[in-house]
Design a protein around this ligand. Structure first.
Ligand SMILES: [Zn+2]
Ligand SMILES: [Zn+2]
Length: 432
């Protein structure tokens, strides 16, 4: 197999406390050496001078829409958007058509990804059949087929007894139970955060209590069962406080936050742009402050995009009727660098951790590090490159993104999966 040498970059690997300028060699798909002054005639070489060399980024919360809605995204196009965003591994949620609630669908996703995806793709299986919240899905068989976690994302598991059984069932497989925390009765069919802005806009609100109470129930059930509960797209100060307290009591709880939830508030809904409609909704300034605190103090384990491609025609409906969700794979790292690193809220080591070793631990895979002998998945990025996100250049099949036209600082230069370059930015990493 081929070899690839990455020269003169600033190599950052939080898992092995490495931060040094040097060279990194990938052979046969694995990291084989880190050092200085390496090189040999004929060896494929990337000049990474001035760039960060990080473990390949991992996004554990992505919607790929295949099977069923290939007009919105496919495994192939979603993985290309992921690569353009610096991600080498993505996990896809089961709310496809059909729902991934059986080993047949899990196997389809795995095989299709092997054939067409440019990144690693790990499926997440459903908790309940059809994500209908009535009977458990074929969890063991899906794990055997390659599922790395279970979730009914898009819907919460409203039945507490069923959630308890799902957690008990998950234990021998060492997989996270991933919950979209939302009490549907309290959410009351709202379309944005309940508060000042929902009142002045005349839109139905989703109470923050809907998220807090469900997070509370799930944490209590995780304590009871010993299972690993992972809270998806945490968005409120209340839920964050619950996670912080649960971690202090050594309950196995982890959580993720999305770039849109730490970047925007519900004030962004003011022009009724449906690209500001997502679930959980954009919250208040106080919630954003809480998330920033949680990111800084380690309560929040990772950043995940909740990349949710939607057809333009469906997003063009009025705010109340448009579907929830936005695309986010191509802007996540830059939003984190712009909003967290360049503002001094977070150092680079911790930022890289949130995208690499921490999500790898949540899905229990030996990725997210540059240790010798591990997968040769690498993300190269510039800290200071300034650019404007143009959604018309997206690799995704959908364009429902609120960050179009935004000025960003820090940009992906190249993405390498198992030693193969799957994305290179023509300006930052020109060929030859
Ligand atoms: Zn969700
Ligand atoms: Zn989601």
């Amino acid at each position: 197999m081929s070899s690839l040498l990455i020269k003169n970059g600033r190599i950052i690997d939080p898992a092995s406390s490495l931060d040094q300028v040097g060279d990194l060699l990938i052979e046969d798909g694995q990291v084989s050496r880190i050092g200085r002054g390496m090189g040999a005639p004929g060896l494929e070489t990337i000049d990474a001078t001035g760039l960060i060399v990080a473990p390949g980024l991992i996004d554990i919360h992505v919607h790929l829409r295949e099977p069923g809605r290939e007009d919105e995204e496919t495994i192939e196009t979603g993985s290309q958007a992921a690569a353009a965003g610096g991600f080498t591994t993505i996990c896809c949620m089961p709310n496809t058509d059909p729902i991934n609630d059986s080993p047949t669908v899990t196997t389809y996703v795995v095989k299709e990804a092997e054939k067409r995806a440019v990144t690693r793709v790990f499926p997440i299986g459903a908790i309940t059949l059809g994500s209908a919240g009535e009977r458990l899905a074929e969890i063991g068989e899906m794990v055997e087929a390659g599922a790395v976690g279970i979730s009914d994302d898009g819907k919460p598991v409203m039945d507490g007894q069923l959630m308890r059984r799902a957690m008990e069932y998950s234990l021998p497989f060492k997989i996270p139970v991933i919950e979209h925390c939302e009490d549907l009765n309290l959410a009351a069919h709202g379309s944005m955060n309940e508060g000042y802005y929902s009142t002045i806009l005349g839109l139905k609100g989703i109470s923050r209590t809907a998220e807090d109470t469900m997070a509370s129930r799930d944490i209590i059930l995780a304590e009871l069962t010993g299972a690993h509960i992972h809270i998806a797209h945490l968005s409120t100060r209340g839920a964050l406080d619950l996670v912080r307290a649960a971690k202090q009591r050594r309950i196995h709880v982890t959580c993720e936050v999305t770039p849109h939830h730490f970047t925007l508030t519900d004030a962004a809904c003011c022009d009724y742009d449906t690209n500001t409609k997502m679930n959980p909704p954009l919250r208040t300034d106080d919630d954003v402050q809480a998330l920033l605190e949680g990111i800084a103090d380690g309560t929040i384990d990772c950043i995940a995009t909740d990349h949710a491609p939607h057809n333009l025609n469906e997003k063009m409906l009025e705010f109340d009727h448009a579907p929830f969700g936005i695309t986010g794979l191509e802007t996540a790292l830059s939003l984190a660098l712009t909003g967290l690193y360049h503002t001094g809220k977070l150092d680079l080591k911790r930022l890289v951790e949130l995208f690499t070793v921490n999500p790898a631990r949540i899905i229990n895979r030996p990725l997210g590090t540059l240790r010798v002998g591990t997968a040769g998945d690498v993300t190269l990025f510039s800290l200071d490159s300034q650019w404007v996100y143009d959604v018309n250049q997206t690799k995704s099949r959908s364009r429902n993104c609120p960050f179009h036209g935004m000025n960003l600082k820090g940009r992906v230069a190249g993405t390498i999966v198992a030693g193969r370059i799957v994305y290179r930015n023509a300006v930052l990493l020109p060929v030859g």
